[in-house]
Ligand binder design. Structure first.
Ligand SMILES: [Zn+2]
Length: 443
């Protein structure tokens, strides 16, 4: 039974009661997996209060890799209906199995996003459909609410960027679900095709984005590019969608589905409320692969919802990027969220949406495409050095220099299999196979 959207508005007492009941269910059911049968041996099967979660050991990515594909499964294999994998930058993929009820819970977590799919919406799902889950659950949430889904997927041979722009116009699409970077690349493509993304897509009312850290400045940048709202969603393949933007643009946690802790990145001890640390997640509604104190590796802060006027009671998550992506330069630590914010707040609009960071001996060099490549950068450099507490060089290059825009316009050849040859022209062998193996694609 999937809980109602009203759970977003539970009082603290109601939420804590629900969480405790679900936590105890998870602590019991997780022992059906090999991982937790071994890991939780000697630990209690239930707790009297939520704080006691800190008495249980954390679960790491390495453990999930080690026990993949079946060691994390807590239900009989015949009960699962879907499988996904997450790839880290290193090592084996992590296996994620879902029961039908799990998929329904994941769908509901997407419904928490204030994009609010409706009948009459046409939703272009530009997340990859292969192996990873966001495309499938965004599609499910949109269809459940009566919207029409166009499953364009991430860039493939049949869905190059130009086709997405044509579909947007032809279908008068109202919503795009994609990575933040993809929203920027689609805007670039629209410009190359002669359109103004802020003016020529009036039916497009918003983006729901996921899969990448999105700071406030980057969200504003995409909103300005398209003249449309951007709603952020934060999740992981292992857990589902942990938090979604409300109507006010705050990323509220789905605390009826997750018990969240912020831990010190080295000691894994809880940090004081509101401070930065690594997010650990205990799933409260997953059946197939429940997780207890799963260390995501993402830097976050968690703050009470009181500052948001939307009425939701879930804590507000600020996602600051992966801890392993931090930079350590001469004793100064810079985390991705701070770096992205600093770059995008650079004064005088010197930096466009495309930039890269290089680490030099004792500082950083920021190379960016700019509308004003010859501009004086002294005050911008001073701003960035002050903000990041290290020396920063700024290298501005003309728009178009950092990547070949023509690649956005490229379309791959697509063919249908053919079994009839032009005998008179000397074709005696199956050209379909030749072509498939030399860069052509079929579908
Ligand atoms: Zn809110």
């Amino acid at each position: 039974m999937v809980n109602s959207l009203q759970n977003m508005f539970l009082s603290t007492r109601q939420l804590n009661e629900l969480q405790l009941r679900r936590l105890n269910n998870t602590l019991q059911k997780c022992r059906e997996s090999i991982l937790y049968r071994e890991k939780h041996a000697g630990y209690p099967l239930k707790t009297e209060n939520l704080e006691d979660i800190s008495l249980f050991p954390v679960t790491t990515k390495e453990e999930l890799r080690q026990y993949a594909p079946l060691g994390t499964l807590a239900v009989p294999p015949e009960q699962v209906v879907e499988y996904h994998e997450s790839f880290g930058t290193t090592g084996e993929p992590i296996s994620v199995w879902l029961t039908a009820a799990d998929f329904a819970q994941w769908t509901q977590q997407i419904e928490y996003c204030a994009i609010g799919f409706n009948p009459g919406d046409t939703v272009l799902v530009r997340f990859p459909y292969a192996i990873s889950d966001p495309a499938h659950i965004v599609q499910s949430a949109a269809k459940k609410r009566g919207a029409c889904v166009v499953p364009v997927s991430s860039r493939t041979v049949v869905s190059p960027h130009t086709r997405v722009i044509k579909l947007l116009l032809k279908l008068r699409a109202t919503v795009i679900g994609c990575l933040p970077l993809e929203a920027i690349l689609l805007a670039e493509t629209a410009k190359l095709m002669g359109y103004d993304p802020a003016r020529d897509f009036p039916h497009l009312r918003g983006f729901c984005v996921a899969g990448e850290m999105l700071t406030d400045s980057r969200k504003k940048l995409i909103e300005k590019l398209w003249s449309a709202r951007v709603y952020n969603m934060y999740g992981t393949t292992e857990n589902g969608n942990i938090a979604a933007d409300c109507s006010e643009g705050c990323l509220h946690a789905a605390e009826d589905h997750f018990l969240l802790e912020v831990l010190h990145p080295i000691t894994f001890k809880p940090v004081p409320p509101g401070e930065r640390g690594i997010l650990a997640v205990t799933t409260l509604t997953l059946e197939a692969c429940p997780l207890v104190r799963y260390v995501t590796g993402d830097m976050v802060t968690l703050n009470p919802s009181g500052s948001c006027s939307c009425g939701r009671t879930g804590q507000i998550v600020q996602h600051l990027g992966r801890y392993n992506d931090r930079l350590e330069i001469n004793g100064t630590t810079i985390i991705p969220g701070d770096l992205q914010e600093a770059v995008l707040q650079t004064p005088d609009n010197l930096i466009s949406s495309l930039w890269m960071i290089g680490v030099t001996g004792n500082g950083l060099v920021i190379r960016a495409e700019s509308e004003q490549p010859g501009a004086d950068t002294a005050s911008a450099r001073a701003f960035l050095s002050d903000k990041l507490k290290i020396p920063v060089k700024l290298e501005l290059v003309p728009i178009g220099e950092m990547f070949d825009r023509n690649k956005l316009l490229e379309v791959s050849p697509v063919i249908k299999p053919k079994y009839v040859a032009n005998w008179a022209a000397g074709n005696r062998n199956p050209r379909t196979l030749d072509r498939l193996l030399s860069g052509y694609h079929t579908f």
